[in-house]
Write a protein that binds this ligand. Structure first.
Ligand SMILES: NC(=O)c1ccc[n+]([C@@H]2O[C@H](COP(=O)([O-])OP(=O)(O)OC[C@H]3O[C@@H](n4cnc5c(N)ncnc54)[C@H](O)[C@@H]3O)[C@@H](O)[C@H]2O)c1
Length: 353
């Protein structure tokens, strides 16, 4: 299945199909006529898929190099960049060569930022291997690294030349990260697609949903594609993708990113913000219960037992809380979302989150 992100000169195709990875060379030769490729990956993903990818690229005549980094968020650090640039220089990469990000969102964001900045930008191919990266981070052109002061503080908008999504690689993704990605999949249903939401609720688990996986991933990518096309630089419509994220970010910060994963925090955020907005008559009754049901099917929590007062200060300090004004994303009903301008008092009667 092919989708195209239409951004004028920056347009690029996204291919989604089982078994794409072993045929990556065929796809790459559609747009890349240079010689050298640097595959950047992590030490979980490369041992599983590095050889298959390298063989396919070599068969298509490319000279392949690889750089394998430790897995996990600490690798997405500003401090990782000099090592990456050194590896690119040692491989004699030029501006006409290609960087391939093979991994989850950490590798996609990091290798993407390295590609955006090395020699003022070299071509980038995203091969996302986690569910979160397949449905979210590999599409949209946001690349970034973390600073000790916070996540994603140094970054760029830099689009890949192509995205290759092979759902088969999810067979080796640990269950915890599947649930994490399902938080974002449920979010897409909530904000834009009631039918997707119904499909998710018609299954009993991720295993059960696998028969529909290609079309579900494609649906999510397509929603992100449309939103990104409408708002490439994240100044308007793209905000809808932040449904559940105001509470999620503050929850993650409160626990120093050591307790709830991002998907879990987003699930908790989506459920509670909808409960609040239903109570205020801003959302159709019953939506919060439907979200709770969907989260439970995919093993995501709906609560973390924290009184909302503990989060109010963090929400007040959040960078998206501008001059006391706060835009939150709410649902009119499942599949229909909107931005609601308010302030931090919106959360004051939420009770225990
Ligand atoms: N750029 C964006 O628009 C955007 C959007 C959302 C999130 N993000 C970023 O994405 C990052 C999180 O991404 P993530 O959840 O993919 O984390 P991740 O890259 O750390 O991957 C999760 C774990 O799964 C492993 N893994 C990945 N694919 C695998 C596979 N097929 N088989 C076995 N193991 C596999 C990884 O080694 C890692 O241990 C965060 O840094 C976040 O800021 C970026």
């Amino acid at each position: 299945m092919k989708l195209t992100v239409n951004l004028g000169d920056n347009s690029y195709p996204i291919y989604i199909d089982r078994g794409i990875l072993p045929r990556a060379g065929e796809y790459v030769s559609q747009f890349f006529h240079g010689k050298r490729i640097m595959i950047i990956s992590d030490d979980n993903v490369f041992p599983l898929y590095g050889q298959t990818l390298t063989d396919s690229l070599a068969e298509s005549g490319y000279e392949c190099h690889s750089l394998v980094l430790p897995h996990g968020e600490p690798t997405k650090s500003f401090d990782s960049l000099p090592g990456i640039y050194a590896a690119l220089l040692q491989a004699k990469m030029t501006r006409s060569d290609l960087v391939v990000a093979l991994g989850g969102g950490v590798i996609g964001d990091l290798a993407g930022f390295a590609a955006a900045s090395f020699l003022r930008g070299v071509k980038l191919l995203q091969i996302p291997t986690s569910l979160l990266a397949q449905v979210d981070s590999s599409v949209g052109g946001k690349v970034a690294v973390d600073l000790p002061q916070g996540k994603n503080l140094v970054g760029a908008f830099f689009h890949p030349k192509m995205v290759l999504i092979d759902p088969d690689v999810l067979d080796t993704l640990p269950a915890h990260f599947i649930s994490d990605g399902m938080g974002e999949v449920i979010k897409y249903g909530c904000i834009k697609d009631a039918e997707l939401f119904r499909t998710l609720c018609a299954h009993t688990s991720f295993e059960d949903l696998k028969s529909d996986l290609v079309s579900i991933i494609a649906r999510c990518v397509d929603i992100k594609r449309v939103v990104v096309e409408a708002d490439q630089f994240d100044t308007g419509e793209r905000m809808l993708l932040n449904f559940g994220h105001t509470l999620a970010h503050t929850l993650e910060q409160y626990y120093h990113y050591e307790r709830e994963s991002h998907g879990e925090a987003v699930g908790i955020g989506m459920y509670h913000i909808t409960k609040i907005s239903e109570g205020m008559g801003l959302t159709a009754p019953g939506c919060a219960e439907q979200i709770r049901h969907a989260l439970e099917i995919y093993g995501l929590p709906v609560s973390c037992g924290l009184p909302v007062e503990s989060l109010i200060e963090a929400i007040t300090l959040d960078k998206k809380n501008l001059n006391g004004k706060l835009n939150v994303v709410l649902l009119r009903e499942i599949g229909d979302s909107y931005v609601y301008p308010t302030d931090v008092s919106f959360f004051k009667d939420a009770g225990v989150i």
